[in-house]
Ligand binder design. Structure first.
Ligand code: RB5
Length: 144
């Protein structure tokens, strides 16, 4: 699975930890920035990851900012993106099973590194359940 990952300065340190975690697991990724802790604007990176996933070049995306909120809003503005901000394992699993989320958003200032890694693992490993959820996701996809 190919992952596009991006963050603003508020998510930079957690992104480094998640990248190391992906490397340890042998998962392919591309880091779309930001590349240091200098202040930047989260919409640029949420958009970059959203567009990378929507283009089909990457199957999934991970976006990180201080809260995960701004960057998830940005990613969700890209047609075809279903970004889910997750701060717990149950939501991570449900966002895949029910919503077929193709972007995971995390908040560096909200959750710890170990929980974030656990959320990433669950989110990457869980399949969309289809069935009754398919019609609902189709409706999301047809909203624009
Ligand atoms: C940056 O200070 C912060 O606003 C950003 O990382 C994020 O939390 C926005 O939603």
């Amino acid at each position: 699975m190919r992952i596009a990952i991006g963050s603003d300065h508020g998510g930079f340190r957690l992104k480094k930890e998640i990248i190391q975690h992906l490397k340890d697991k042998g998962i392919e990724y591309t880091d779309l920035g930001t590349y240091d802790e200098k202040s930047v604007d989260y919409p640029d990176f949420g958009r970059a990851v959203g567009e990378a996933v929507a283009s089909g070049k990457f199957e999934r995306g991970i976006v990180i900012c201080g809260t995960g909120i701004g960057i998830s809003i940005a990613a969700n503005k890209v047609p075809g993106i279903r970004a889910a901000l997750c701060g717990d394992c149950f939501s991570a699993k449900a966002s895949r099973e029910h919503n077929d989320a193709n972007v995971l958003a995390l908040g560096e200032r909200v959750i710890g590194t170990e929980l974030a890694k656990m959320i990433v693992d669950i989110w990457l490993d869980t399949k969309f359940a289809g069935g009754r959820h398919k019609n609902r996701v189709d409706k999301l996809n047809n909203m624009w």
